[in-house]
Design a protein around this ligand. Structure first.
Ligand code: APR
Length: 249
C-alpha cells in the first residue's frame, strides 16, 4: 500500500472510531460470499430480464415462471456464508462504532455475521408469504423441489418470498427508520451498490445533505462516486476491510 493510501486508510479508520456510523449495503458486499450481483455479466438480471421476471404483476399472473428465477436465486444463497466485510460490520456494532446496517440485500448474511440492527429495505428471502391470507412460512430448501411452485397450506395459493418485487412498496417502517438513521449519522459507509434502484438509492444523498461523510467501497464507480462520495476505495469490500484492520485495532 502506498503512503497516500495508508494516510487515507488511517483517516477513515479514525472517522469510524469516532462512532455514529451507519452502513448502507448492496449486492456487492455478498459477491465474495459467492452470490453474484444483480447487474453484471454473471448477474441474475443478465439471465432473467427483471422487466419480465421481477415485477409483482408477473408473479401474480404467472408464478410458475417467476419461481424458475427464484429457485436459481435461492440456490446461490444456499452455500453462501458471511465474508470478512459482513463480519467486520458486525464487529463495529459490538465495539459501538456502528449504529445499524441498512441493506438492500435479501440474503440474511448480515444477521448470520452477527449484526443485530439490520434494516432490510427489500425484505428477506428467509420466509415465504401467502399473498392471499398473509400466512408466513420460514424458508426451507424443500420448497425448491415443489413444482410448479410452493403453495399455502391454508388456501392453496402460490407462496412468494417476503422480498420486495419491482412495483411493490418498500416496507414502510424499514424505510422510515433508514431515513432517520442516515439523517443523524456522522459517517455513512456505502458498500457494493450501483445506486440506481429507488427509493433506497436516495439514502446516501440524504446522509450527505444532513452533513455525513460518505465512505464508498466498490471496484467500480457508482452513481454516488463522483457526486457525493468523500472517500472512494475502488476495491472489493473484502480487500478494503482487510487493509482497514491494520488501522483500527
Ligand atoms: N465488493 C464491493 N462491491 C462490489 C463487489 C465487491 N467484491 N463486486 C461487485 N461490486 C459492486 C458492483 O460494482 C456494483 O456497483 O456491487 C454493485 C452491485 O450492484 P447491483 O447488482 O446493481 O446491486 P444493488 O445495487 O444491490 O441493486 C439494488 O436492485 O435488482 C434490485 O432489488 C434488487 O436490491 C437490489 C437493487
Amino acid at each position: 500500500m502506498d503512503k497516500i493510501k495508508q494516510d487515507l486508510m488511517k483517516e477513515v479508520a479514525d472517522l469510524i472510531k469516532q462512532g455514529g456510523v451507519v452502513a448502507f449495503t448492496g449486492a456487492g458486499i455478498s459477491v465474495e460470499s459467492g452470490i453474484p450481483p444483480f447487474r453484471g455479466a454473471k448477474g441474475l438480471w443478465s439471465k432473467y430480464n427483471p422487466e419480465e421476471y421481477a415485477y409483482i404483476e408477473t408473479f401474480l399472473r404467472n408464478p410458475e415462471k417467476v419461481w424458475i428465477m427464484l429457485r436459481e436465486m435461492y440456490r446461490c444463497f444456499s452455500e453462501a456464508k458471511p465474508n470478512l466485510a459482513h463480519l467486520v460490520l458486525a464487529e463495529f456494532e459490538t465495539k459501538g462504532y456502528l449504529e445499524a446496517v441498512i441493506t438492500q440485500n435479501i440474503d440474511s448474511l448480515h444477521q448470520k455475521a452477527g449484526s443485530k440492527k439490520v434494516i432490510e429495505l427489500h425484505g428477506s428471502g428467509d420466509r415465504l408469504v401467502c399473498l392471499d391470507c398473509e400466512k408466513e412460512y420460514p424458508f426451507i430448501e424443500e420448497y425448491l423441489k415443489l413444482t410448479p411452485y410452493p403453495k399455502c397450506k391454508r388456501c392453496n395459493k402460490p407462496l412468494k418470498p417476503a422480498i420486495v418485487f419491482f412495483g411493490e412498496p418498500l416496507p414502510e417502517k424499514a424505510l422510515s427508520q433508514a431515513f432517520e438513521l442516515v439523517k443523524s449519522c456522522k459517517v455513512l459507509i456505502v458498500i457494493g451498490t450501483s445506486g440506481v434502484v429507488y427509493p433506497a438509492a436516495y439514502l446516501p444523498y440524504e446522509a450527505k445533505r444532513s452533513g455525513a461523510k460518505i465512505i464508498e467501497i466498490n471496484p467500480e464507480e457508482s452513481a454516488y462516486t463522483n457526486s457525493i462520495t468523500d472517500y472512494f476505495f475502488k476495491e472489493k469490500a473484502g480487500e478494503f476491510f482487510k487493509n482497514l484492520s491494520f488501522f483500527y485495532n
